[in-house]
Design a protein around this ligand. Structure first.
Ligand code: NAD
Length: 472
């Protein structure tokens, strides 16, 4: 099947429209939910290391203000344009609604290939971009809170924080102006692996549903499942790690230069080190090379996890995908044509906008930490430990038996920040999965899980507008 050439935004809006008819909202409200409220397109000069001046193109889109602040990553890529940031900001609104993160969607982008710039130049670009956002009040702990995305990370978030604080001396909550920061600069433990861990929790919850698994011809549980991962970056690496640690077999990993396969299962860290040392994923000991990277997508497996780029499963290759579950860890890895083909084949597509929401969920935890000015677990860790010790002591005294030493250690251990972040994320992903599935089950006309996810999101945003009213 030939893919029609929708822009990314058109593609998101098509999914929205497909779902809107299963909701009870009038046209005007639906139009407002779908509309991107504000886009700031800017151009600013930077001085390059060789003394020349270059004009940089950049954006920040705020899709929705039904909850504030707005929230969304900042991307550094040559592909950045207004359509892309608007589409990604819309996905952020729906994503936050599904996982009950009380933010409106936003997204930023700078149209550069970061590899073409020195660290000093990147710092200047990041700081100038931040100052432009400050001038227009497009950043702030109560207005709009950026985060990392493609091409950015902790380093850029620290520069953004420093610039914001320099321009807002004495603002007590300034730390909450950006998330994804280094831990020493107000970041939260667990943020780095959050998206991959959220992907794992989401898929694990789906795999625990007997009716869904029966329909797919699979047994329940993740242990023993054969998994293929595309992209060994932040999201793919951590997703593979959590699947392996929970007894699944990662039988293939694809990178852009090629893919490797081993029926015995691959260890993502060993593969990562091999790629680092040899500059290629290929020729990994104990694994076979696949002819092309794309071949990995067509392997016989239980769960296929695209965690790299957009549009990798499309009208051309979707019919050859044999996985029973396709779990979208990346944003937009399936085209609308691929969606239709896979639905006809009876495969289950777990949609991106909720499955990869672990990052924004933990960003929310980071923002809360910044506003409360205290690390998670700091106040209660020792208290919980003492309380648990006391309870164990009482139990032993009453029963005359000694609690097993290992058990004792486990029960006594008061929560660290990372324990609380993981458990908050686990609960969030389980609740979201169940809510989407319940919506899907309640209406047998809803064709797929993606549409059900949109219905859930539209209903929540619609409820906000209905209850808040329209200003003035
Ligand atoms: P990343 O840059 O860390 O990793 C992407 C990896 O994919 C790289 O190793 C790259 O070499 C590889 N890759 C590129 N083209 C490929 C191809 N054709 N075949 C196989 N591999 C290929 O990026 P990331 O942060 O892991 O993000 C991956 C996806 O997940 C993106 O769509 C991103 O928008 C989405 N996402 C990321 C986060 C997050 O917290 N990082 C959150 C939500 C969604």
């Amino acid at each position: 099947m030939e893919d029609k050439h929708y822009s990314f935004l058109e593609s998101v809006n098509r999914s929205f429209n497909k779902a809107a008819k299963f909701t009870r909202w009038e046209k005007g409200i639906l139009d407002q939910i779908r509309a991107c409220n504000a886009v700031y397109r800017m151009r600013f000069p930077i001085k390059r290391d060789d003394g020349s001046i270059e004009v940089v193109e950049a954006y920040r889109a705020q899709h929705s203000h039904h909850k504030t602040p707005c929230k969304g990553g900042i991307r550094y890529s040559e592909m950045v344009d207004q359509d892309e940031v608007m589409a990604l900001s819309a996905l952020m609104t729906y994503k936050c609604a599904i996982v009950n993160v009380p933010f409106g969607g936003a997204k930023g982008g700078i149209k550069i290939n970061p590899r073409n710039y020195s660290t000093w130049e990147l710092q200047k670009i990041t700081r100038r971009y931040t100052s432009e956002l400050v001038k227009k009040e497009f950043i702030g702990p109560g207005t709009d809170v950026p985060a990392p995305d493609y091409g950015t990370g902790e380093r850029e978030m620290a520069w953004i924080l420093d610039t914001y604080m320099a321009m807002h001396p004495g603002e007590v909550d300034a730390m909450g102006c950006v998330t994804g920061k280094p831990v020493a600069q107000g970041g939260v433990r667990g943020r780095k692996e959050a998206t991959g861990l959220g992907v794992f929790y989401g898929i694990r919850e789906v795999c625990s549903m007997p009716d869904i698994m029966k329909k797919l011809g699979l047994t329940t549980g993740v242990a023993g499942k054969r998994v293929v991962v595309q992209g060994l970056g932040n999201v793919g690496y951590h997703t593979a790690k959590f699947f392996r640690e929970h007894g699944a077999k990662v039988i293939a990993i694809a990178e852009f230069e090629g893919a490797i396969y081993s029926e015995d299962g691959l260890n993502e860290e060993a593969v990562f080190q091999h790629r680092k040392n040899t500059a290629s994923i290929l020729n990994f000991p104990i694994a076979a090379n696949l002819r092309t990277s794309g071949d990995a997508l067509e392997l016989e497996c239980d769960i296929l996890i695209p965690a790299a780029l957009e549009n990798v499963i499309n009208g051309e290759n979707a019919a050859r995908v044999k996985a029973k579950i396709i779990a979208e860890a990346a944003n937009g890895p399936l085209t609308p044509e691929a969606d239709d083909i896979l639905a006809q084949k009876g495969a289950l597509v777990i949609p991106d906008m909720y499955l990869n929401a672990g990052g924004v969920t933990v960003s929310y935890f980071e923002w809360l930490k910044n506003l409360s000015h205290v690390r998670y677990g700091r106040m209660e860790k020792r208290f919980t430990e003492n309380l648990n010790k006391h309870i164990i002591g009482q139990m032993e005294e009453l029963t005359g038996k000694t609690v097993d030493a290992r058990e004792k250690l486990l029960i006594e251990h008061g929560p660290d920040e990372v324990d609380l972040v993981y458990s908050g994320l686990e609960q969030t992903m389980i609740e979201a999965t169940r809510e989407i599935m319940a919506c899907w089950h309640a209406n047998d006309k809803i064709p797929d899980m993606r549409t059900a996810a949109y219905v859930v999101a539209i209903d929540k945003v619609g409820t906000s507008y209905a209850e808040l009213g329209i200003f003035p």
